[in-house]
Design a protein around this ligand. Structure first.
Ligand code: DAH
Length: 368
């Protein structure tokens, strides 16, 4: 037997008997690594005469290929064996009785939506929904945001491809806010209206406080002789019930939304006699401050017209607020992204028992 044959037999036997992945890798380095024995032999080819090389070249190449193949085969075998072993130990016995403590919990977003429904039901509001795949007429145009309106560009909209259009030729998109539900409700049910519309909305935006999908709740009241005072009272009543404190103060700031006129941005005041921070708030300044919370205003007469109602007869107010943001403020989470990670530890900590139904009498936020 030549030296080469000897080397090959040795190598293949040892590879075949490698007990695990680490041992196999050590062999690969020993034979085929940069300093490996077979690699070393390959280097000698350069110093041979052409005649020698013609004989030795194919032999050495064959040795190298056979060794590499053997390593690959052994590697697959070891991996398969490891998987089989894991499958054998990770058995789930479905005949065992269910665990004593139920594992599931209600996500804070769902809980807050239930709290909102409970609070507003008490004020005579119903809950409405709309499609998450919207057309640009409901999402923008009918809300007084014409195609050229700069506010459209601010919404970071996810559009569907240009060939996805509705029967009227409107482009389709993932709704960027819950406001289109205002239009759908007015068109479908006429007036008077008192509703909230919670749901998912989408914008191409992502950091600690923005996720591409998040939740909003829209409020809409359409009736006769509705004015800004009704809006302020409703929001104050809602926020006091939601945060379960009577010392909530609101600040209404003039603002601009295309679908409301006048528009008001609502800040919630936070203060504490001991100089501690209550609710969220900007910066670390102790004591008091204002936190921007929601957008609102009197429904623009153009929106009422777009929805097919007579603005001389009907007027109303609307508001929109982030549900995730409400949940973060009330229950003290600081990273929005964790809401959608599905991390069991986070859900165990922040989730609610299904028995923890929000009721006004027991406090909408009572946590067992
Ligand atoms: N749709 C607005 C947004 O997503 C929020 C909003 C502002 C809704 C004012 C309203 C409103 O109904 O009156 O930024």
């Amino acid at each position: 037997m030549t030296d080469l044959d000897q080397l090959k037999t040795d190598a293949l036997t040892r590879i075949e008997n490698a007990p695990d992945a680490a041992a196999l890798e050590a062999l690969r380095i020993e034979f085929l690594g940069k300093q490996g024995s077979i690699s070393g032999l390959m280097k000698t080819l350069g110093k041979m005469t052409p005649e020698e090389r013609q004989v030795q070249g194919p032999l050495l190449n064959g040795l190298r290929t056979e060794t590499a193949d053997a390593i690959a085969v052994r590697k697959t075998m070891l991996e398969d064996a490891e998987l089989d072993a894991r499958l054998a130990t990770e058995i789930l016995d479905l005949t065992l009785p269910a665990p004593e403590a139920p594992k599931g919990s209600v996500h804070p977003v769902s809980q807050v939506m239930d709290e909102l429904a409970e609070i507003f039901a008490d004020l005579g509001f119903s809950v409405a929904t709309g499609p998450e795949i919207e057309d640009e007429w409901h999402n923008f145009t009918a809300l007084n945001m014409a195609e050229t309106h700069p506010a459209r560009a601010m919404h970071d909209t996810f559009y569907f491809g240009d060939n996805h259009r509705d029967a009227d030729g409107n482009r389709m998109l993932l709704r960027t806010h819950t406001s289109p539900v205002q239009i759908r409700s007015m068109v479908e049910n006429g007036a008077p209206i008192r509703l909230i519309a919670p749901g998912r909305v989408y914008r191409s935006d992502s950091d600690a406080t923005h996720t591409p999908m998040f939740h909003q709740v829209e409020g809409l009241v359409i009736d006769k002789a509705i004015h800004l005072g009704h809006l302020k009272w409703t929001l104050e009543t809602f926020l006091k019930a939601f945060f379960e404190r009577d010392d909530i103060v609101l600040r209404l700031r003039p603002s601009y939304f295309p679908f409301t006129e006048p528009s008001v941005e609502v800040d919630v005041g936070w203060q504490d006699v001991k100089g501690r921070r209550v609710l969220g708030g900007d910066g670390d300044a102790p004591g008091h401050g204002w936190m921007e919370l929601l957008g609102s205003g009197m429904v623009n007469t153009r929106v009422i017209e777009f929805a097919g109602l007579d603005p001389d007869e009907w007027q109303g107010f609307a508001f929109g607020v982030g549900v995730d943001r409400l949940a973060m403020l009330k229950y003290g989470m600081d990273d929005l992204r964790a809401f959608f990670d599905g991390d069991q530890r986070w859900l165990d900590h922040y989730g609610f028992s299904p028995f923890d139904q929000p009721t006004l009498s027991a406090g909408v936020g009572a946590k067992a």
